[in-house]
Design a protein around this ligand. Structure first.
Ligand code: ATP
Ligand code: MG
Length: 349
């Protein structure tokens, strides 16, 4: 079976006609879960029709916390891209690219590093989170610079909009400052990008925790097989105060119904279940069994697409290479403007 791997490139016309978005992920070992889908992937799939979209695989960013632990990174990169493709990010519409194939970004990072003071970088709230999560007493120079590298990622392709979680908002704020500062000092080269923060709340975990998380042991992954999905949903937390099926149950905030609302397209079925749940006329088992069916319907096409791409790893690599070439062409153009604005083009480079 050959995968439906397409390689036709979106045109890289010199003139920017549509607004650009840039967003990305670090290639960690874990695949995406339903929360990631709900919180970000679904939105990306939608946005790619309206915006010129760049999806960055941020492998340089792995160095900030995992410099000696990168044996698996090549495989993780392929898995991440396969995840993108399987949820419907379309390489004909969007540019999927690997950060380290655009070494120009490190040059832009160097210039930007001259525009950000050390106390400003230290004030970024994610720095403390990273230090805590990775048990670091002090940050490396590289970790401190992480948001500046992100500013270089965004501005390298002249991103207008940056879809990120609320936790990354401070990085976009720094990017805006860098763009303004650069434009003030050297002339108008960069757009001042805006963060696009999703409005929906967080998807709860199957354990009822307020957030499904990759490392929290409470996630349904897009790569889970039907048996695993079924087992996870059967074990799901519901209304803890409801002991018997005849007890009236609480629907609001009940994870089983939160999932039904998001993943079950049969609205009439969901409303009927909610009514009966409130009236104590339905067993948890039935609510869960209908949810298993809905989640399976949702996951099946994703799984099928994933299998097709997984059967053609060379095709996936080609998508990464071609996307990276396109992104690199943008990067070169931007750097040319940057050097010229900074009077660093003395040898006509
Ligand atoms: P980790 O536990 O390693 O932080 P995670 O599960 O939080 O992993 P991230 O890689 O941090 O996943 O998040 C990727 C994107 O998915 C972010 O935009 C984040 O806001 C979003 N996201 C993560 N978890 C959820 C969730 N439960 N509901 C909605 N969006 C989520
Ligand atoms: Mg997270």
């Amino acid at each position: 079976m050959t995968a439906e791997v397409t390689t036709a490139a979106p045109s890289t016309s010199a003139k920017k006609t549509r607004k650009r978005i840039l967003t990305g992920d670090r290639p960690t070992a874990k695949s995406f879960h339903l929360g990631n889908y709900y919180g970000t992937l679904a939105n990306r799939v939608k946005l790619q029709d309206e915006y010129e979209s760049f999806f960055l695989i941020a492998d340089y960013h792995m160095l900030t916390t995992r410099v000696a632990d990168l044996e698996e990174i090549g495989q993780n990169i392929r898995e991440l891209v396969t995840d993108y493709l399987s949820v419907g990010i379309d390489p004909k519409k969007s540019t999927i690219y690997l950060q380290s194939l655009i070494p120009e970004v490190t040059e832009l990072f160097l210039y930007f590093a001259m525009l950000v003071t050390v106390p400003r970088a230290q004030r970024i709230p994610t720095l403390k989170d990273q230090m805590r999560d990775h048990n670091l007493a002090v940050p490396t120079y590289g970790l401190l610079g992480y948001p500046i590298l992100q500013a270089a990622d965004i501005l390298m392709v002249k991103g207008d909009l940056v879809p990120v979680g609320r936790d990354q908002e401070s990085h976009v704020e720094l990017t805006r400052e860098v763009a303004r500062r650069f434009n003030e000092l050297f002339g108008a080269v960069f757009p001042v990008p805006e963060a696009l923060i999703p409005e929906g709340g967080m998807l709860p975990g199957i354990d009822g925790a307020s957030k499904m998380g990759k490392s929290l042991g409470n996630a349904i992954f897009l790569t889970d097989d039907p048996k695993t999905v079924e087992k996870k949903i059967r074990s799901m937390y519901t209304d803890p105060n409801r002991i018997h099926p005849t007890d009236p149950g609480r629907v609001e905030g009940n994870p089983v119904f939160v999932y039904h609302d998001i993943f079950n397209p049969d609205r009439a079925e969901v409303e009927d279940l909610k009514r009966r749940y409130r009236e104590g006329q339905v067993r948890d088992v039935e609510v869960k069994e209908k949810l298993i069916v809905a989640v399976e319907e949702f996951l099946r096409p994703i799984r099928e697409r994933r299998a097709r791409y997984a059967a053609d790893p060379k095709g996936v690599d080609r998508i990464i290479e071609e996307g990276s070439e396109r992104a690199r062409a943008e990067a070169r153009k931007t750097l040319h403007e940057v050097r010229s604005a900074m009077h660093l083009d003395y040898f006509g480079l």
